[in-house]
Design a protein around this ligand. Structure first.
Ligand code: G1P
Length: 301
C-alpha cells in the first residue's frame, strides 16, 4: 500500500489550444475551433468547467496568434456589464461574470507549431515543481464520465504517479491516437507498459487510445526537453511519456463513454445535440423538434 500522506495536491491544469484547426475549415480560419458554440458557450468553457469540477484552481491555456478571442471570452467587459445592468438582465449579467471567475486563468503563446509536447513544455515555468493535468482544448468530456476526477483519485490512491485517460477504439481508428500497451490492475486502472504515437493498426499493441486527458508529475518537463521530433516531425508528448516511464510508473484510467471530439465535424454535431437535450431551457423544445425530424426522415423502423 502506497504511503499517501505527502502527496502533492493537483491544483493546476494546462490546456493546449494553439492548433490551426485544419479539420474544421472554413469555420476555423478566423475563429479558433475551441470557440465553436455548444448551445451558448464555447467548447473551451466546458473544458475549463471540467477542470474546475475536478478541483483545479489554476488553468494555463497555451494559445497562438489569431486566437485572442479566447482571451476576450474570459475577460471582463465593463460596457456590456453596464448595459445588462441598465436593462435589468441580471441572469445574463451573472452568467458573463461567472465565466470570468471560474478559476485563475493564464495565457501563454506558442509561437511556432512544434507539436503537442512542445506546447505542454511551454507550461514549465508556470507549473513549476508540481503535478498538473493536461486537457486537450477540443475534447469535451461529459460530466457523468468523471474522467479527470477519476484520474486525480487514481493519482492519490497510488502514491502520486502520472495517469493517462484511455478509451478503447476500433482497431482501424487507432492510427489517429497515441496507443497504450497496458495490463489490467484493478477497476478502471491499468499499468501502462509502453506507448506508441499513431501506430499503423497492424503494429498497434492494443486498441487502447490516449483520450486527451493527462496527469503528469513535473518530471515530464525534463523529458519533453530531451524529446526529438517524432511522428509528423513534431515533438510528441507520447514520446516524452515513454521516456518518463523509464524512471517513473505511469497508470492509465480507462473509460468507455462521454467523450466528444469537437474538432471532428460529426462528433461536434453529436455533442451539440446531446448537450442541448440536457438543458433545462432549450432541452424540452429541442426534443420535440428532434422527434419531428426523426419522424419526417423516417429514421426509426
Ligand atoms: C493528440 C495526441 C494523441 C492523442 C490525441 C487525442 O493527437 O498526440 O496521442 O491520442 O491527441 O485526441 P492529435 O489529435 O493532436 O493529432
Amino acid at each position: 500500500m502506497a504511503d499517501n500522506t505527502n502527496i502533492a495536491p493537483v491544483r493546476k491544469a494546462v490546456i493546449p489550444a494553439a492548433g490551426l484547426g485544419t479539420r474544421f475549415l472554413p469555420f476555423s480560419k478566423a475563429v479558433p475551433k475551441e470557440m465553436l458554440p455548444v448551445v451558448d458557450r464555447p467548447v473551451i468553457q466546458y473544458v475549463i468547467e471540467e477542470a474546475v469540477d475536478a478541483g483545479i484552481t489554476d488553468v494555463l491555456i497555451i494559445t497562438s496568434r489569431h486566437k485572442k478571442v479566447m482571451e476576450d471570452h474570459f475577460d471582463r467587459f465593463p460596457e456590456l456589464e453596464a448595459a445588462l445592468e441598465a436593462k435589468n438582465k441580471t441572469e445574463a449579467l451573472a452568467e458573463i461574470l461567472d465565466v470570468t471567475e471560474m478559476c485563475n486563468l493564464h495565457f501563454i503563446r506558442q509561437g511556432e507549431a512544434l507539436g503537442l509536447g512542445h506546447a505542454i513544455g511551454m507550461a514549465e515555468h508556470h507549473v513549476g515543481n508540481e503535478p498538473f493535468c493536461v486537457l486537450l482544448g477540443d475534447d469535451i468530456m461529459h460530466r457523468s464520465a468523471g474522467v479527470l476526477k477519476g484520474m486525480i483519485d487514481t493519482y492519490h490512491a497510488n502514491g502520486g504517479v502520472s495517469v493517462v485517460g484511455l478509451m478503447e477504439v476500433a482497431k482501424e481508428d487507432i492510427s489517429s491516437y497515441g496507443c497504450a500497451d497496458a495490463v489490467e490492475l484493478e477497476g478502471r486502472t491499468v499499468e501502462v507498459r509502453d506507448l506508441v504515437e499513431k501506430p499503423d493498426p497492424a503494429d498497434a499493441p492494443s486498441n487502447l487510445a490516449i483520450m486527451g486527458r493527462y496527469l503528469f508529475t513535473p518530471g515530464i518537463f525534463d523529458e519533453i526537453r530531451r524529446t526529438e521530433p517524432g511522428v509528423g516531425g513534431e515533438i510528441q508528448i507520447t514520446d516524452a511519456m515513454v521516456s518518463l516511464m523509464a524512471s517513473e510508473r505511469m497508470l492509465g484510467w480507462t473509460f468507455s463513454e462521454g467523450r466528444f471530439d469537437t474538432g471532428k465535424k460529426i462528433d461536434y454535431l453529436r455533442c451539440v445535440v446531446e448537450m442541448a437535450l440536457e438543458r433545462e431551457d432549450v432541452g424540452p423544445a429541442f426534443r420535440e423538434i428532434l422527434a419531428d425530424i426523426v419522424k419526417r426522415e423516417q429514421l426509426l423502423p
